[in-house]
Structure formats: C-alpha cells, structure tokens
Design a protein around this ligand. Sequence first.
Ligand SMILES: [Zn+2]
Length: 331
Amino acid sequence: MRSRLKLSLCALFLGLAFLSACSTPSSGPAKVSAETQPAAEATAASESQPATQPPANLPKPDVNGNHVMQYVKDVVAFGPRPVGSQAHAKLEQYILSKLKGVEVEQDKFTAQTPVGKMPFNNIIAKFPGKKDGIIVVAGHYDTLYNRPDFVGANDAGSSTAVLLELADQFRGKPNDGYSVWLLWTDGEEAFVNWNKNNDNDWGSRQLAHQWQQDGTAKKIKAFLLVDMVGDADLDILKDTMSTPWLSDLVYKAAAKLGYQSHFYQLENGIDDDHIPFSKVGIPVDDIIDFTYGYNNVFWHTPQDTVDKLSPQSLAISTDVVLETIRLLDAR
Ligand SMILES: [Zn+2]
C-alpha cells in the first residue's frame, strides 16, 4: 500500500505542536484529534435508542496472542511468498489445510502484469449467519515480488495470521449474526511500481469487480481490512480513505476493550486493498499501523521480522475485529 500524505509531514507538524492528530505514543498521554473524539461521544449521544446486544453465540474478543503469533511464525517459515512462487503455493495449501470443514471459495485467475502473465488466488472462507448480510474481514497474504531478502512478518504475515485466528474463532459454531467471510487477498504488492499502471491490489480489484457484477457487493454490510497489525509498538492510524462511520465503529470497539491508546493518534490517507471495494459502494475500513518502527523504517525492508511483533499486538488487533463484528451485529 502507499500513503497519500507523507508521514514526515506529520513529524514536521509535531514540531509545530498544533496538530493534535500527529501526536506520538511516546509523547505522553494520548492526544486524540478533534475528529476522533466524537466517535465515542456520538454513540453516547445516540443512545436514546436502547442498545441492542449482539447474538449470544458470536465469538468473544478474548483471543490468545501466542496462538496468533504461532501462525505468524508458521507463515514466515515458508520464506518470501511472492505471487507465482513455490512458497506462495505452499502457503495457499497451508491456509486451506486450516479451513477443513469450512465452506471455501478460491477465486483463481490470471492477469497480464508488468512482469508477464501471473496466477492469483483470493481465498474466501465463509461462515454463514442467520442475519441477512455479510461482513468481510480481509488481509493480503502475498509478499513483495523479487525480494529474496524480505520475509514479511508484519507485511503480510500478521494479516494472514489474524485471519487464520478468526477462522478458528468462527469454525464449527452457530452464528446468529451476519455471515462472516474471511478473505485472504492475493497480489496486493506491486510487481514493479505500485504507483504505475494499476500495478497493485491485483486480487482485490478483480474480486471487487466480480462482486459488483454478481450482486454480492450490495449484500456486504462492512469490509474490514487488516494490514501490518502485529507491530509490538501498535499504533493503528485513522485512515481518511475509509468510510467514516465504520472507522468510528472500529474506534468504539477499541475503546470498549480499553485499547484506544493504540488507535487513531495518527491520521493518514492509505491506498490499500480496501479501495477497490470502496469504489463499488461497500463500506470499508483499513485497520493499519503504518509507523512500523520509527518513521516506518522496517516497512518493506529485511528488518520486517518476527522479533518486531508481539503476541499482545496481534491479540489486540484480532479482538478489535471481533468486537467490531459484535457492534455491527448489534446495530
Ligand atoms: Zn507491503
């Protein structure tokens, strides 16, 4: 993905100390921007209607971070996992092996890329619910192309692992809420240049188009994207490209669990797998920490390794997704 605003701009504003949205975790108590604060207040104000409870059989936000971390380690052990590689194929089989007994759709296709024709596979695990509508939780599983030095523990080991954990949470249980679809997107990373010739979000662009054509898009109540969510110093930004009400709901979920200090102290516009789905009218939110190491120095470098991640951060990210699903189901 790429950010629309340079984060260094934020650092500059920090020096001027008037843009509260640019506060950092190390700068003392959390300074929440004027935009993010109403998230909690707005919901308090709208509580003139009685709050509905989510269905009792939905998974509760209480995952074991060590379990998620083990998934990250298993995924990283395959080595670099670019589209078209053997390691990528092994990871596909690994994901499918964890989805036994689950309804799985593989959206396989080929596309002409700047490096020639390439195969892609979006993997979708479906957990049917009683309510009419679908909540999609997505994250990419491919890693940087042509970078044998890059194992991608956070990008995209963390998203791959969080989705595997969510599958464990929903597997084999009745679901009285909305259907939940877990989507491992393929080909998020560029082959040559992210910013040129649509060389990005290959899997998402194809699937968003398909879902628009076949009517699925209309049934999707919310599309939650997780990306780079394992950083030990977890700092999920407020993405200005996401759907505001859904971003606010994610913040409400985080606050309800006591994790608000890890959310929305930074604000940025992020181009990522959620954008193609947003373009076809689906409410989207990108849950992403784009300050991976000081000034994002570990991003897309050989330093993106398991030791930079923590079980706590992986648990927080997974739990906030689970709580957001509960809030969506209680609406
Ligand atoms: Zn990346």
